[in-house]
Design a protein around this ligand. Structure first.
Ligand code: 2BA
Length: 109
């Protein structure tokens, strides 16, 4: 068995949740925060048999979009803060950051 941990954008989370349910996959949705953007995102936990991992990945791939997001870099802590002009830079976020982890044991009581 594997545990799929998928970090997706909030904008895709309802669509992905509906698609996982429709395809018969069990999932848990957690509210999370990206370390870089410090913005909300959504983490899905999906426990799944090894042979169905690719099917789950396909559902995630089909429902999560890549988007551009503007980020304003934080100003320097000390030094040339007076002359610092924080130009927003564009970063590409998503579709999804996915980890597939081996599950040693699963119990469901
Ligand atoms: P954030 O950490 O808020 O990152 C949002 C986006 O900012 C990233 O999109 C990436 O394009 C960019 N980014 C992140 N760190 C950067 C850096 N040090 N320099 C320049 N750009 C950077 P994604 O790669 O699609 O990641 C989306 C979210 O997935 C991340 O939100 C984070 O919550 C999670 N994530 C991605 N990779 C991860 C990893 N290796 N471990 C844990 N979480 C991860």
């Amino acid at each position: 068995m594997k545990l799929i941990i998928a970090i997706v954008q909030d904008k895709d989370s309802n669509r992905l949740q509906n698609a996982l349910i429709k395809e018969g996959f069990r999932a848990t949705k957690l509210a999370s925060t990206g370390g870089f953007l410090r913005a909300g995102n959504t983490t899905f936990l999906v426990g799944i048999e090894d042979e169905k991992v690719e099917e789950v990945l396909e559902v995630i791939r089909a429902n999560c979009k890549v988007r551009e997001q503007l980020v304003t870099p934080v100003s320097p802590v000390s030094g040339a803060a007076d002359s610092y002009i924080p130009f927003p830079v564009e970063v590409q976020v998503g579709g999804a950051a996915v980890f597939v982890v081996q599950v040693e044991r699963f119990e469901h009581f």
